[in-house]
Structures are given as structure tokens and as C-alpha cells.
Ligand binder design. Structure first.
Ligand code: GLY
Length: 410
């Protein structure tokens, strides 16, 4: 049955075969009301669980998870983290490891991450390192974490330079979750801004999905934006399942991101991210926000309100997709219409496409050179090409990168 015709409460199960867990498949479950059963069949009575969550998760959803664990006779403790990029730090990792010690977690026990991408990453890293590795169950609470961060086993924290600059995901480990539980009921409490940010990662998947078994994802996502932004549960469930399948397929083919650049592999998931990482912590940015909901006539609509930074990760990824498409057109790698299509999709998704307060383009380029995807200080960029495919390029002329950055200027 195609995902869009499936009843919203029937869980979809996707198996991700990973070498890291001795060929064991990581099951990714998608459906309504799954939190209460998140750890079923993973625990024996009396085992211990540390739940790592964030302030954005409704107390009722945390309670549902904990009730389900108590039903399994588990001993449960919880720690709540502030979900900010600054808090995705070694200090927070230490707090989680201390909590695990305090709760006397043993090797066979469980950490459960219930939250957005920051929680999935830092709690996953804690699970990778505590006693040299305990199992983690990922329960993502935002669209972005559901379609990306919770799937594939990347975990980590940011580091900070002596000057105070954040270096994104600079320390981490691959640690495949024992299970991913995507309870779509969590989307009901998601803010519009978080929903839009998650859509940016979905647009990224759609732009590379041509060789990954879902050639129609780009056109389907564009056609479904209205329903998705209206929080239509069927459209959202279909979106998540299709995106998780694309991501799972990439990860299964190159779990540790070791494929050579000419093959692409997992590196392709970095489309837009070298640009995004370079701008998401730039201070003083602002941009025109999405139009107010419910405006009947865009002709008479007032000018959108200015939103002040920082950008969310998804907003920065959207801008990164646009810059990558412009760069690709400048190098004649994609259909000439692609940048306009990307800009239209971002605009309709209520994501920024232009920025006020952008520093000199050379400053952004310098930050891009420090991205961990760069090789020997050489830029390595993922560019969208024809038929919803992408390539890794290490030969992009600097003047074209600078022009793509400058094209963001509002
Ligand atoms: N988020 C990119 C990856 O998982 O590889």
C-alpha cells in the first residue's frame, strides 16, 4: 500500500541493515501513539533506563514514554537538557554521563533520547561512550530529527574555539540506535518554525532521491507543501516514511561515510550543509519571515515581518540548498531552472531565501574552509545535478562560491 493511503495509526516499519550492529537490522518505527511502547522487547524487568529529553517536549509525551517503561518494570531516571547549539557541548555530555553513573546504568541498560536533533546527537554520543557503549533508542520529537538526526547513527557535540566560535559536530562517534521510534503524535505540538525547518532537510533528501529509489520525491514534496504546512497527519506520515527510506538507503550503502568522493555515498547527505554550518552561527542576521497565515490575497498582504537570527539549522540548510543550486547552475551541472525551483519551494515552505546583515562573502568562505567536510583545507561541496541526483566536487572555483554567497544578500 503506498504510504499516503495507509491509515495514520498503522505503524510503518523500516529496517536499516548496519554493519556496526553485527548485521542486525535497526528497526525504524513510524506511527501515532508509539512512545508508550518505545522499549518493548528491549528490556528485562529490573533493568535501568536513563531518558535524556529537552524542554521542548510536552510533559504528557515524556509521561507516556515513562509509563511504558514502568510497565516493563524498568528503573527510570530522566535528565532534561536545554536544546541549543551552545548546550550541545562536552559539558552537557559530562552531565549525561554523570547522570548515567548516578542512576547506576550497566552495560546492558538503555539510554533513550526523547527530543530534537540536539538531544539525539548528544544523548547518542553519551550512549556511545558510557562504559564504552550502551544501547540507545532514539525517539525524535521534531520533524528534522525524525527524518534525519535520529536515523543513521551519527552522534556528537560541538566544540568551541578559544575565540568562542562554535565548531559544529566536531567530536562524536558512529553509534547505531537499537531502535528508532517516530511517534507522529509529537508533531502536534511542533511550532510552525520547527516544522518548516524540518522541511528543509526533506527538500534536501528530495534533491538527491533520484538514484535512491524515490525519483518522484521532489515533485511530490513540492505538491504537498500546502498540506504539510497545514499539519495534515497523512501527508506528514507519508513525508516521514519516504524521507526515512531515502536516508536509510544512503546509510546502508556507506554507513561510516567512507565512500570516495567520486561515488558520493553518505557524503551526499551533506548537500547544503557546508554553506549552512558557515552561516548558522553568524550573529546579526535577519530576513523577511513567512507571510502571516490565512491571508487571502498575497497582492494586498502586508510586507512580512523581519525575523532576527540566529537561523535554525533547517533554515540554514534551506539557504545552503539554494547556494548549492546556484553554484551548480554556474558550473552548468543542473537544469538552468533548478535554482528558481529551489527558491520557490523554500518560499512556499516559509523558509528564508535572502539575508540582511551578511558579512563579507570571504568571511563566510573562510568558515566553510573550516567545515569538517573540507579535505586539507580544500573545499568539498555537494552539488545538485540533473534528475534529482547530486555529486561531490572538489574543484569549485572560489569566485563562484563567493558569488553564490553574495546572492543571499537581501
Ligand atoms: N545528517 C547527515 C548524515 O546523517 O550523514
Amino acid at each position: 500500500m503506498p504510504p499516503s493511503t495507509r491509515p495514520v495509526n498503522a505503524p510503518v516499519a523500516i529496517a536499516l541493515k548496519t554493519a556496526a550492529r553485527q548485521g542486525e537490522r535497526c528497526r525504524i518505527l513510524i506511527g501515532q501513539g508509539l512512545l508508550n511502547r518505545a522499549a518493548d522487547a528491549l528490556l528485562r524487568p529490573g533493568q535501568r533506563v536513563l531518558v535524556v529529553t529537552d524542554h521542548g517536549v510536552p510533559a504528557s509525551m515524556h509521561a507516556l514514554l515513562v509509563d511504558g517503561l514502568l510497565r516493563l518494570d524498568a528503573h527510570v531516571a530522566s535528565i532534561t537538557i536545554k536544546p541549543t547549539e551552545r548546550a550541545k557541548s562536552l559539558r552537557t555530555l559530562e552531565l549525561i554521563l554523570d547522570a548515567a553513573c548516578e542512576h547506576r546504568l550497566e552495560r546492558g541498560d538503555l539510554i533513550i533520547a526523547l527530543g530534537g536533533g540536539i538531544i539525539t546527537d548528544v544523548a547518542g554520543f553519551a550512549a556511545a561512550t558510557y562504559r564504552r557503549g550502551v544501547r540507545v533508542v532514539q525517539c525524535p520529537s521534531t520533524l528534522l530529527a525524525m527524518v534525519d538526526a535520529s536515523v543513521g547513527g551519527k552522534t556528537g557535540v560541538n566544540l568551541t574555539t578559544s575565540g568562542g566560535a562554535l565548531l559544529k559536530n566536531m567530536a562524536g562517534a558512529f553509534h547505531q540506535p537499537a531502535r528508532v521510534v517516530i511517534d507522529t503524535a509529537l508533531l502536534e505540538s511542533l511550532s510552525d518554525r520547527q516544522l518548516r525547518s524540518g522541511l528543509a532537510e526533506c527538500l534536501k533528501h528530495a534533491l538527491i532521491s533520484g538514484g535512491l529509489g524515490d525519483k518522484l520525491l521532489w515533485t511530490w514534496t513540492q505538491a504537498s507543501l500546502h498540506a504539510l504546512l497545514a499539519h495534515d497527519p497523512r501527508a506528514l506520515a507519508a513525508l516521514i516514511a519516504r524521507n526515512v527510506r531515502v536516508k536509510a538507503r544512503v546509510v546502508a550503502g556507506d554507513e561510516r561515510e567512507l565512500a570516495p568522493p567520486r561515488k558520493g555515498g553518505r557524503m551526499l547527505l551533506n548537500l547544503g550543509h557546508t554553506f549552512a554550518h558557515a552561516i548558522e552561527t553568524v550573529p546579526g542576521l535577519s530576513w523577511p519571515g513567512p507571510p502571516a497565515p490565512g491571508l487571502a490575497s498575497p497582492v494586498r498582504a502586508p510586507a512580512p515581518k523581519l525575523v532576527r537570527g540566529p537561523l535554525t539549522h533547517g533554515e540554514a540548510v534551506g539557504l545552503g540548498l539554494l547556494a548549492a543550486a546556484r553554484l551548480s547552475r554556474a558550473m552548468r551541472l543542473c537544469e538552468p531552472a533548478l535554482p528558481d525551483q529551489v527558491r520557490d519551494a523554500l518560499t512556499r515552505a516559509g523558509l528564508p531565501t535572502a539575508l540582511h546583515g551578511l558579512p563579507d562573502a570571504s568571511e563566510i568562505l573562510d568558515r566553510m574552509r573550516h567545515d569538517k567536510k573540507a579535505a586539507a583545507g580544500k573545499l568539498r561541496l555537494i552539488l545538485p545535478v540533473r534528475a534529482c541526483r547530486a555529486v561531490v566536487r572538489e574543484d569549485v572555483p572560489e569566485n563562484l562560491v563567493l558569488a553564490a554567497i553574495d546572492a543571499w544578500r537581501a
